[in-house]
Design a binder for this molecule. Sequence first.
Ligand code: ARG
Length: 564
Amino acid sequence: MIDLKNEVASLISSSVEALDLDTVYGLLEYPPDEKLGDVSLPCFKLSKTMRKAPPAIAAELSAAIDVTDSVFERVEVVGGYLNFFISHAEFAKSVISDVISSENYGSSTMGNGKTVVFDYSSPNIAKPLHIGHLPSTVLGNSLYRIYSYLGYNSVGVNHLGDWGTQFGTMIVAYKKWGSKEEVEKGGVKELVRLYVKFHKEEENDPSLRDQARATFAALENGDKEAYELWSWFRDLSIQECKRIYDILGVEFDHYTGESFYEDKMMPVVEELRQKNLLVESEGAQIVDLSEYNMPPCIVLKSDGGTIYATRDLAAILYRKKTFDFDKCIYLTATQQNLHFKQIFKVTELMGYEWAKNLIHAPFGMISLATGESMSTRSGVTIWLEDVINQATAKTLEIIKEKNPDMENKEAIAKQMGVGAVIFSSLSTSRIKDVSFSWEDALNFDGETGPYVQYTHARACSVLRKAENVTGNITKLTEDAEYRVARVLYDFPAKIVAAMENNEPSVITRYVIDLSREFNRFYHDCQINTDDEEVKQTRLAITLAVKQVLSKGLWLIGLEAPERV
Ligand code: ARG
């Protein structure tokens, strides 16, 4: 694979003895404006060792190197900069042949031997997935793929919220107002009905709260009836979640939820005690974090019960022991920033230097454009499945209108409807707050998943129509051809940037850019021409674009249909 910085660094280091490859490589930049070249060497940092003014250094280097036989066409000295300009044809040729000849363009071995655990989706169960679960689910799934592509061993964990007082609530509500038949019939939606009813009734009868607490305590103490109901509700919920994950194309290696740590918490509490980290406060056992400007991390409540943080601490130690991770990355909304800061700090205070490899990658909150705040309790929610169904129905309408004779319309509509939903969730940088509106969710114009999928299908169709595609790139004639190659060149670096920042939006933006550049090329350059060399060159470009779009879509969790 060609690496422009490497080309420049080796040109310079092989002609100038005083400069070694790594030093030069580290100084190189990609100029913001192409008029300033494609790669640039700022000579300012060299002036100390070379004892000359930067412009003089630039001039000296320029005289020393010879660009014939390189991908560069010329060098220019501008002030203290030495600017390299690539030869468009040579460069495009080399990039496009790189893409077509490699099975997994942009993949890498940089992560080999390293394990990364992803904690994503992790819904509180006994209710269906709602729109608020979308970002964590699709971010985690995409990062899982991005890291795997770079050679890491990715481990996907769904840390289900399947333990805690809300299960006491569910059991009480079920016993008071529910029935086996209704739950069997209505599934998780029936559980939600019971949950909402509980909170309504609770307003008039506060003792319900105590009953729920007592029931959860019974569950924790192994009460058989409570356990059986809990485990039934849990199975139902997981089944329901899996159905939606299937539609989204999302998978997990482990469904180890909070309940999984029930028997792993006391050893952690003991360890904290032995390390003198626990103090009593108002009857509760806490780790004092005031020195770090944080409220205390509660480990045991005053009634001796464990909480969310206790289970997360147990999970951290379990994961380290089980997976020996290099990084463990949590995808949740910014709301939980403090929680993660606290438990990561506690891990560090326990003496684990690897606590620095625990990473919270937060994302902005989803609110409703109507201004209402979302809450299952009050019954104001947008179920994820409804969003997917509506997006799919809308795609089907569009397909029926534009392409009435197409085969398996339903399947394609699903791929694109789901694609639209995932893509929109990944298209802004993680941290931005988003407000959900049906209008935006169902607006497929512009920079959307379906636009990229459509472009991919267009490339497929061009290739299908050509009798043969040799992959020979012998005659580049138009600037639009080079432009496509220039964007293709960026793909490997974008994947690394997406990984380093845990930011799949780098890829969503990239596939849009590539689609736009390809569509421009498609518009400007006739592919099916009489000049066989030009034609084969353009087909090769089309093939390279098809391959990279399909990989790019895969990295963000979208299907790449061949016909739309
Ligand atoms: N169940 C939590 C929620 O819905 C998210 C869990 C995130 N993962 C974790 N290990 N705490 O807010």
